[in-house]
Design a protein around this ligand. Structure first.
Ligand code: SAH
Ligand code: SF4
Ligand code: F3S
Length: 440
């Protein structure tokens, strides 16, 4: 028997790409490829790329440049580009970097095995269709043994919201929800293999509207309640949500569903109504705060995280101040902030940029505020009892590390038998990025 061929995948961007990379690895397993962490050992290197900001997209080209010597030393090495840069730039990638053998967009991974046959025969392969069929229906069932007790599950793909700055509706296509039955089957399968926590994924996950087994259209809350009934599954999370799709049933689930973790990533992007309008977000800052207030009334310990864009075209100092005021008003346990990056093909890219030094200075101010809030959220945990799902061994012997309900990293002295289990702990100390706990 010939030695198995080796595949190395590098994943950029969001969790949906992480999930997709796992599925591609499985599809390639059927073609006789084994995974390797080491690019030098690989017969095929696949970059699963992100187009969200210019830096992310350009990183792909610098990484491709770095692969050149590998390819020169090993002319049989095949190189592929998947993901959102593949979708956005298509054949342009091969024009800029002729050693690329394969370009595949995010909605056609099920065609990867057939494309690989052509690549192995020395041809180039390119597919950036947005087909009607669901790629996941045509990808093999999960087979890889999971070593971790947490898993992602993509329930919804694409986005119809067309925020003025964002490439996702173009790179991922229209919003599509996967049918309930298939998701429950996949969830049960994950739980049977030791998974205790599932994070439901979608670019606009709370816009989920999948076909239910009863023929009805199910909401994300309906799906969460069905998952709640799976014995052995202990924690449910979902990401990323849009404020306009925080429906009553989903808000209520935060107060009543015990398995739904008290952590919500709810991006708002800006605290200025003028900028929100220009961003085509279709909600005001007050709408957003009202949702948070309702959620906190039902679940006072809810930890919030968000995304912010600083320096969107037309942002004035007073708009930025409104963002700072909103952050102070909400109080985030974590938040991600980005300097606006003009993306080709999006409406906002037509408008003049805020000067770079102004945007950078605002970003620093926002990040300093967020860091303070994050630190306060960590400190507030000291003395509290909570649960931790232990995921791996810690740096010190006898230590395990895992995540709190609020998605904070926690380490504790704990027997190895607790690996992969949820345990009750008391938090005894806080650092900026981790918490120390003792078992109760
Ligand atoms: N669907 C999600 C997240 C999409 S991308 C949502 O609607 O919230 C993740 C984050 O990247 C966004 O929330 C936004 O803050 C940021 N982002 C998207 N496009 C960007 C751009 N052109 N420049 C800077 N940041 C951007
Ligand atoms: Fe992009 Fe807006 Fe869709 Fe989020 S909701 S993916 S920011 S277009
Ligand atoms: Fe990036 Fe595509 Fe995700 S652009 S953030 S990898 S959907």
């Amino acid at each position: 028997m010939p030695a198995p061929k080796k595949l190395h995948i590098k994943t950029y961007g969001c969790q949906m790409n992480v999930y997709d990379s796992e599925r591609m690895a499985e599809a390639m397993g059927g073609q006789g490829y084994e995974m390797t962490d080491c690019p030098e050992e690989a017969d095929m290197i696949l970059l699963n790329t992100c187009h969200i900001r210019e830096k992310a997209a350009e990183k792909v080209y610098s990484d491709l440049g770095r692969l050149k010597p590998l390819r020169e030393a090993k002319p049989d090495l095949k190189i592929g580009v998947a993901g959102c840069v593949a979708q956005a730039e298509g054949a342009e990638i091969m024009a800029r970097q002729p050693m690329v053998d394969l370009v595949v967009g995010p909605q056609t991974y099920h065609r990867l095995p057939a494309m690989m046959e052509r690549v192995e025969a020395g041809e180039k392969a390119l597919d950036t269709d947005m087909p009607e069929e669901d790629k996941f229906d045509h990808l093999p069932k999960l087979r890889t043994p999971t070593a971790r007790p947490t898993a992602f599950l993509t329930v919804q793909e694409g986005c119809d919201k067309f925020c003025a700055f964002c490439v996702v509706p173009y790179t991922r296509g229209a919003e599509v929800s996967r049918p309930v039955e298939r998701l429950l089957r996949e969830a049960r399968d994950l739980v049977a293999r030791g998974v205790k926590e599932i994070t439901l994924l979608g670019q606009n996950v709370n816009g989920y509207h999948g076909e239910g087994p009863d023929g009805r259209t199910w909401s994300l809350a309906d799906l969460i309640w069905a998952l709640d009934g799976i014995e052995g599954l202990e924690r449910i999370r979902f990401t990323t949500s849009h404020p306009n799709d925080m429906t009553d049933d989903l808000i209520e689930a935060h107060g009543t569903c015990a398995k739904l973790m008290p952590y919500l990533h709810l991006p708002v992007q800006s605290g200025s109504d003028r900028i929100l309008k220009a961003m085509n977000r279709k909600h005001t800052a007050e709408d957003y705060v009202a949702i948070i207030d309702r959620l906190r009334a039902l679940r006072p310990d809810l930890a919030l995280s968000g995304d912010f864009i600083v320096g969107f075209p037309g942002e004035m100092e007073e708009d930025f101040e409104a963002t700072m005021a909103l952050v102070r008003r909400v109080g985030y346990a974590a938040a991600y902030s980005f300097r606006y990056s003009a993306r080709p093909g999006t409406p906002a890219a037509e408008k003049p940029d805020v000067p770079m030094d102004v945007a950078v200075e605002r970003l620093h101010r926002l990040q300093a505020l967020i860091t303070d809030q994050q630190r306060a959220a960590q400190d507030a945990m000291v003395g509290r009892e909570t649960t931790v799902l232990f995921e791996k061994a810690g740096r010190k012997p006898g230590q395990l590390v895992g995540k709190s309900e609020h998605l904070q990293a926690v380490h504790a002295e704990a027997p190895e038998a607790l690996l992969g289990e949820v345990a009750r702990v008391r938090i005894v100390a806080a650092k900026t990025n981790s918490l120390e706990a003792v078992l109760i």
